[in-house]
Write a protein that binds this ligand. Sequence first.
Ligand SMILES: [Zn+2]
Length: 310
Amino acid sequence: MSEDPYKVLGVGRDATDAEIKRVYRKLARQYHPDRNPGDKAAEERFKSIQSSYDAIGTKDARRKYDESKRMEDFFNSNPNQRNTRFSGFDIPDIFSQMFGGPQNNSQRVNRRQQRDAYRGSDITSGIDMDYSDADTGCKIEFDHRRLRTCAKCEGSSFGSTRSCMLCDGRGVISRTSTIIVKIPPKSKHGQKIRMRGLGHDHPKGESGDLILTIRVDAKEGRRWEDGRLIQSVKIPYSTLMLGGKCNIRTPSGDSVRIDVKAGTQIGDRRRIPKMSYGGADLDIEFALEDSTNLTESQKDVLERLRKEGL
Ligand SMILES: [Zn+2]
């Protein structure tokens, strides 16, 4: 149903059920095909009046329609956040959860079942730290934004026709708080910490979880790839071509001298055992050393190389 049934029938959202019925009967008579033979427009109007009445003509149907409409309005009120993560606040995710509620047509679902069926969405985010903090364990402040159950209506306005000034009928309100996250010792990059109940609240069910992924600062010139640490090593062009040696500084601060084979290409990798964080292997990736501000004699040599076809 894409048309707004209230608009089609020309009634307000606060109209009584009896009023809706009365207006429907009047319009249905007016646009009935029997009274408008051959009138295509009247026939279309009649169809949409009919489906609008199906949507809001009975108490149950109307309640269901109003609930999904509230959620849709909520969704549409955040059009710029549809596909983006915003401080760990994932709009589509919330809606898949809220819309995805119980597939239960029975009105007689008890509250317990309802609470089990509805659940606020989980929040996933990253939490950054140095290797030493991850290794020894630490406490980190985390600014956390999530949907909390409305303090005024306690979520009761969600899906109901009663309005709430505070949450505007959403039953939940976005709030930011600072929480302290305890990082256990020997934590590794990519490890996840699940904090139960610290995801989004659901006005009718239990709260989701907060799932934090530990990100260990790789420091300049390094990056994580599938849980492995890659360290970029800049080598002069001549060393790449002719081979030689170079010094690298490992994540633990040691200086290590490594061989560079003749004909090494930019992007080639080498695994150095036990030189990464916590005694893990370190992958180094060769890169070309920046060579701006060439001296006159370097330019001469390069000109000669060009003449040689290199
Ligand atoms: Zn409220």
